[in-house]
Design a protein around this ligand. Structure first.
Ligand code: DON
Length: 306
């Protein structure tokens, strides 16, 4: 880290991202998400030694969407262990998050847990253990963030009303035997999980175990074994940003997960978590301003892992 304080870095980042508003588009394939103003910007940093820093709309809740896939995967790995890897792979897909082409070619076995097919497989696995996986993920998020986390039922309904692509994925997988529950129930549970509302501050808190060897300094509990924590970060670095993960690693150099609500969470192993939110997305489903903000943060603090 250089001589700028984290608060000074955040102030600098907020200035540097300004020219990048208006370059992306707020998504409308989940109509409820299209109602969010594209001008929002928030960022929060939580350090493993207890520091918390925030700027802009960092305390405003937004739809965290695919960021929840990290939490559902963590829950599945904690509960079921390596058997999860008999149901989903660990390789980058090189295709958009909701594509079916590889899935069809590869016998319904999803490339990784962060594309929709993989996340649907994880939901299917959790359905073996619990009736309501979305409630489980919500409870886990709230526990990790040390405060209540809500499911936005309007966002969940809006996604479910339009989840034709995810239904196609789940049905294809049911046909191949890689989804075992009713595909409609799997898609419904997944859509509700994606509709968790969290703020940047809450996300930075919830992801802290990934920066602290699996231990949450906030809730003072070991959440993941240390080896699993390293592996989750490896998956984020290689698969967390879908088919633009290579250029994201090149620019930012941190394990991270994006969501179509405009959130991106990055992990600085051993040091901190950084959560950013701005709703306009690039064509890969990543926040344009969010990625720029993380790139600037990584450069200003020299915190890239690469
Ligand atoms: O399944 C979907 O399309 C959404 N619920 C989540 C997609 C998502 O967040 C992709 N990430 N950038």
């Amino acid at each position: 880290m250089n001589e700028l304080s984290i608060d000074e870095v955040l102030a600098e980042v907020a200035v540097l991202v300004k020219p990048h508003f208006g370059k992306g588009r707020v998504p409308d394939y989940i109509p409820q998400l299209a109602t969010v103003p594209g001008t929002k910007f928030g960022m929060a940093v939580r350090t493993v030694d207890g520091g918390e820093h925030a700027i802009g709309d960092a305390d405003e809740g937004f739809s965290v969407q695919s960021i929840t896939k990290v939490l559902s995967l963590g829950l599945a790995l904690n509960r079921i262990g390596d058997e999860v890897w008999t149901r989903v792979g660990k390789e980058p897909s090189g295709t958009p998050f909701n594509h079916l082409s590889l899935l069809e070619a590869e016998g319904g076995f999803p490339r990784n847990p962060f594309i929709n097919a993989g996340a649907l497989a994880v939901t299917d696995i959790l359905l073996d253990k619990v009736k309501d996986p979305a409630a489980l993920v919500r409870g886990f998020a709230g526990f990790l963030a040390d405060g209540p986390v809500a499911i936005d039922e309007a966002v969940a309904a809006s996604e479910l009303d339009n989840a034709w692509q995810n239904r196609a994925i789940a049905n294809l997988m049911r046909g191949k035997g890689t989804v075992r529950h009713d595909p409609e129930a799997v898609v419904a549970a997944y859509s509700r999980q994606c509709a968790l509302t969290m703020s940047c501050r809450q996300l930075a808190r919830a992801f802290l175990p990934l920066a602290a060897g699996g231990f949450s300094p906030l809730v003072q509990e070991t959440i993941f074994p240390e080896r699993l924590t390293r592996r989750l970060n490896a998956l984020l670095l290689t698969c967390g940003i879908y088919d633009s993960v290579g250029s994201f690693a090149y620019r930012v150099g941190l394990p991270a997960k994006s969501g179509v609500g405009g959130g991106v969470v990055a992990v600085v192993p051993g040091k901190a978590t950084v959560a950013v939110w701005s709703p306009e997305l690039d064509r890969f489903g990543t926040s344009v301003v969010g990625a720029r903000a993380l790139e600037a943060f990584s450069q200003l603090t020299n915190c890239s892992v690469l």
